[in-house]
Design a protein around this ligand. Sequence first.
Ligand SMILES: [Zn+2]
Ligand SMILES: [Zn+2]
Length: 381
Amino acid sequence: MNDMKDITAAITACKGADFELQPLKIRLPQGDEVLVKVVATGMCHTDLIVRDQYYPVPLPAVLGHEGSGIIEAVGPNVTDLQVGDHVVLTYGYCGKCAQCNTGNPAYCSEFFGRNFSGADLEGNNAICTHDGQSVHDHFFAQSSFATYSLSRENNTVKVSKDVALELLGPLGCGIQTGAGACINALKVTPASSFVTWGAGAVGLSALLAAKLCGASIIIAVDIVESRLELAKQLGATHIINSKTQDPVATIKEITGGGANFALESTGRPEILKMGVDALGILGKIAVVGAPQLGTNAEFDVNDLLLGGKTIIGVVEGSSSPKKFIPELVTLYQQGKFPFDKLVKFYDFKDINQAAIDSHKGITLKPIIKISEGVSESILTD
Ligand SMILES: [Zn+2]
Ligand SMILES: [Zn+2]
């Protein structure tokens, strides 16, 4: 194939390996594909669990799934996007199955194939080495730990040029997951109580959204004091360090019997059990934290039954990204959704430091800056 473009990408060569920057090639867009010059990409927990092979994405691969950038070229079937548009890349979905047709693309029947198979649905790759060896890609239909990313029109979301583009990538996954779980799935109500189990980027995005929904009691549970302090600054009315306090008893005391809404983002089954135990009557908990495939969790069946409690699995905030991501951008511009407080920027060459800081809990949401000087809004600041 002649139509190839030189790129630099961070390769994950084998299980647990450091990201390694390498010169590679990517093919140009066909059909409904879009070639995006990546400005920045958030790093999400899912990148790291795939690097460590808790999820079986084939390696070597280019990961990265919270890309933001500028459209460089479009395929002949692209209708609503143009070269030069500022975009956020989100997860892949078919747009045609029963779930996609009813506004639930996060539950697309082709979700696994389009996001985790390491290739397109036909098993082909768009990225290769300079000597022609294929590299696994299409991670979340983008593989955006790279200077250029190939996405599809339906997972490429146009955003306002008035906002710093390098900040927006995490809206495509982690931030949308937490905020959407509250707004779209739990539908947190005014004057209610809400608990976030885990005060990482997803949990704190949920906290910001619960505040936006009008929850009056907002409780953050974590074991890292600095995260709990940040939770307080962002609007938590109560913080619980579960190393030193019994969270279930404390939540029941604060809420007068149990919480109306909760979100579990740690991916640990014992925390999910506590989350269900700490719900009040008719309480709902959203499960967004992903443990290793095959993990089971326990709960007291009679407590669930007699309490009329609900446990909901939530992928990507149950959002329709083309609608929800621009809404989050507007809320951010209005100062109502300050998710920028969760992020720290890293240069592309420091991508492994970002992973280390994220793992240690020092950085909640790393954003890897991939190309410089392209955000006009930043230049005029
Ligand atoms: Zn679908
Ligand atoms: Zn993610």
